[in-house]
Design a protein around this ligand. Structure first.
Ligand SMILES: [Zn+2]
Length: 270
């Protein structure tokens, strides 16, 4: 049934959400930040900060996941977007909600993870609420956040449709389930709201889990359409430094592609 299918998607997408990190609360009189409770393990592709009591097997699983995701990014052509990335990822696994809030800030409470800018470098912080979910979900979540980290999303000021669309564009290439959910949210948005009039606005990336999921799906479609028309090199250069003229062309391609898919009768002259 359509309805139950969508509800299942809502449950899974709720936890793949990713919010721009809000400012981290300023230090209180307590000189020990929550991250000090985490133990660092460093491998060639990054550093994992996790509770000392995390089991050896689970720690190794996260290190393997970190390495896999870093390798995917190394082999993905993001052009100018990740030119400043050193190939390493920093992942924090706070033990509890308080530790997560201390690192991610209050804005990340509803998100499965946030990628934040710390002294000009990106750090990925996982919400402990999702830490025990199935491996495939965590792989995709980390890949999504790793795109933010490698492209310095949190340290720059690009439109959210580019940031979130790019992260999902790569994540769904490696996860057929996420790709299907993305398509279903796109279909749902077009069926209920019709073809939009422009690129997804930043304000669309807030609200309910369903609204957020629709914004992600639209953004992914916009990024995909832009890459198809400009080619990878030019598209990545544009994403790195968006200009108004290309945004206008990109929006025209995006809207035309949506109309062609969802309003086919409009093209056939009736
Ligand atoms: Zn994101």
């Amino acid at each position: 049934m359509r309805r139950s299918g969508l509800m299942m998607v809502a449950a899974s997408v709720l936890l793949t959400g990713c919010a721009p990190a809000s400012p981290v609360p300023s230090p209180t009189s307590d000189p020990t930040p929550a991250s000090a409770d985490l133990t660092a393990t460093t491998i060639p592709t990054g550093t994992l900060f996790a509770p000392a009591e995390l089991g050896t097997d689970e720690r190794q699983e996260w290190l393997d996941r970190l390495a896999r995701v870093a390798t995917i990014l190394e082999t993905t052509d993001l052009g100018a977007l990740d030119a400043d990335w050193d190939g390493r990822l920093t992942l924090e696994l706070p033990a509890d909600a308080a530790g997560y809030a201390a690192l991610a800030g209050s804005g990340g409470q509803q998100s499965a993870a946030v990628t934040r800018c710390s002294d000009g470098a990106s750090r990925i912080t996982l919400n402990p609420r999702v830490g025990s979910l199935e491996a495939g979900y965590l792989d995709t979540l980390l890949l999504h956040e790793a795109v933010h980290a490698a492209t310095g999303s949190a340290c720059t000021d690009r439109p959210l449709w580019i940031e979130e669309g790019l992260a999902e564009w790569l994540a769904i290439q490696h996860d057929p389930t996420a790709r299907g959910a993305n398509q279903e949210w796109l279909d749902h948005h077009l069926a209920t709201s019709g073809v939009p009039t422009g690129m997804p606005a930043d304000r669309q990336f807030e609200g309910t889990a369903a609204q957020l999921s629709e914004a992600y799906a639209l953004a992914t479609f916009a990024v995909t359409t832009t890459i198809e028309h400009l080619g990878t090199d030019a598209a990545m250069a544009y994403f790195a430094e968006p200009d108004a003229e290309t945004t206008g062309r990109s929006a025209a391609w995006y809207l035309a592609a949506l109309r062609a898919q969802y309003e086919p009768e409009a093209d056939s002259g009736g």
